[in-house]
Ligand binder design. Structure first.
Ligand code: NDP
Length: 466
């Protein structure tokens, strides 16, 4: 039998790679991991965690404004961007240290290096020039922000723009920022910068941001952004990006011309497969450069697996972790386990949050369900004294035949916290009767989910043809 240096070599020290390496090492396997930059990957270093810290920072001003209705007066308040960034960087460095320590504690060897394939069992570590061999290899290299607009409209100027990677390290808060895109990152950063005091314009090629989310939630978010003063330019794309004196200048195909201090591209993310030499290992890529995998995360090379964003299935940290655990069950515990991509809760950390689990109304109809829809909108108690015209929106989509709750969507404070628990209910197959039979916890916003007695309307798949 061939002797390899390792039983498993993991490429990438992000959420998926770290979890897989630790769990595999716990089975007694000899495991190594290569990470070319910082342990923790996108989520810890330049994604979810620093983003959420910035989201918190962006909410203090309006909390202080709300507090006035409750009798508080904090006088003049000032915000200092460099302090926020320095404190955020310190916390990220602490987390990175914890990630490294935990991986090493599990007995995994870490190479701070870039690994590329030479054949299905051999990797070259580019910095050290070392060659390593492994029985099994896991690719968990994640993805990175797309910088190319890929449209006929904009041919140059992309190099003047930042992405979320650079947004976390700006020297100063831009007084005016234009953001391209209408997905998670675009709307989250639009709220972050706006909450911290920037003038924000979002240039979105659809009619509204968050295409594919439940339409009622998109409407609620669009109204809220308008009310806050975040300018959204729909059906628009950049035609010109250039430097003009001290500032940047953007023009769109709908005739808008905007001077600003930063331009951010948040137009999707590209799988990190370009320089891996996957062809030498016989790994097939999909159209977007993502690694194609089967239901067990196995690539077209039988000893090589891939998990997380590089596979472009569901680009979320907890999904990468779940895929990593299933990979270890399959490849190291003789227990073939398919990742389950149903009932994945997700949240967009706007202010307030937009979160959901299960099917949207449109997707439920497309999947052939006849549905009953329950909706509720109300002014949260906080804002009765806070004074801002903020509303919460909740929606349950129920299968009319089985009474099963197919989807739950919330736009409102703490929506993400609520949806995490609703995800458990949906995974257990909860019915509307289960929700109705649950005693409310008063006074909360979440109690609305168990007190929605009156159906708002019913629809059948035939309605889609109308
Ligand atoms: P998304 O896929 O969410 O959104 C990309 C956006 O860019 C879409 O609105 C898309 O428009 C638009 N777009 C794409 N190409 C162009 C173009 N050439 N010109 C103009 N607009 C364009 O990507 P993000 O980068 O926002 O986020 C990547 C992924 O990371 C998300 O899908 C999500 O899974 C994950 N993420 C999760 C977060 C969370 O859980 N809170 C936070 C941040 C990211 P269109 O709709 O027309 O395609």
């Amino acid at each position: 039998m061939t002797q390899y240096d390792y039983d498993l070599f993991v490429i990438g020290g992000g959420s998926g790679g770290v979890r897989a390496s630790r769990m595999a090492a716990q089975t007694g396997a000899r495991v190594a991991l290569a990470e070319e930059w910082r342990m923790g990957g996108t989520c810890v270093i330049r994604g979810c965690i620093p983003k959420k810290l910035l989201v918190y920072a962006s909410q203090f001003m309006e909390n202080i404004m709300d507090s006035r209705g409750f009798g508080w007066d904090f006088g003049d308040c000032k915000f200092d961007w460099p302090t926020l960034i320095a404190n955020k960087d310190r916390e990220i460095a602490r987390l990175e240290g914890l990630y490294t320590a935990n991986v090493e504690k599990s007995g995994v060897t870490i190479f701070q290096d870039r690994a590329v394939f030479e054949d299905p069992h051999t990797l070259l570590l580019l910095n050290s020039g070392k060659r390593v061999t492994a029985d099994k290899i896991l690719v968990a290299t994640g993805n990175r922000p797309t910088r190319e607009m890929g449209t006929a409209h904009l041919v140059s100027g992309g190099e003047l723009c930042i992405t979320s990677d650079e947004a976390f390290h700006l020297k100063e808060l831009p007084p005016r920022i234009v953001i391209a895109g209408g997905g998670y990152i675009a709307v989250e950063f639009a709220h972050i910068f706006h909450g911290l005091g920037s003038e924000v314009t979002l240039v979105c090629r659809r009619d509204q941001p968050l295409f594919g989310f439940d339409q009622d939630m998109r409407d609620a978010l669009s109204d809220s952004m308008k009310q806050r003063g975040i300018r959204v330019l729909p059906h628009s794309q950049f035609t010109l990006v250039e430097k003009r004196g001290d500032c940047l200048h953007v023009e769109t195909d709908k005739g808008a011309a905007i001077d600003c201090d930063q331009i951010m591209l948040a137009i999707g993310r590209h799988p990190n497969t370009d320089a891996l030499h996957v062809d030498k290992a016989g790994i097939a890529l999909g159209k977007r450069g993502e690694i194609e995998v089967d239901a067990y995360s196995r690539t077209s090379a039988p000893n090589i697996y891939a998990v997380g964003d590089v596979t472009d299935r569901v680009q979320l940290t907890p999904v990468a972790i779940h895929e990593a655990m299933c990979f270890v069950e399959t490849a190291f515990k003789n227990n073939p386990t398919r990742p389950d991509h149903r009932h994945v809760p997700s949240a967009v950390f706007t202010t307030p949050e937009l979160a959901g689990v299960g099917l949207t109304e449109a997707k439920a109809l497309l999947a052939g369900h006849s549905i009953d829809v329950y909706k509720s909108t109300f002014k949260p108690l906080l804002h009765t004294l806070g004074g801002r015209p903020v509303r919460t929106y909740m929606k349950l989509i129920v299968d009319a035949k089985t009474d099963k709750v197919l989807g739950c969507h919330i736009f409102g404070d703490h929506a993400a916290e609520v949806i995490q628990i609703v995800a458990v209910c949906l995974k257990m197959g909860a019915t509307k009767a289960d929700f109705d039979g649950t005693i409310a916890l008063h006074p909360t916003a979440a109690e609305e989910l168990v007190t929605m007695r009156t159906k708002s309307y019913s629809r059948t798949p035939a309605d889609l043809q109308v």
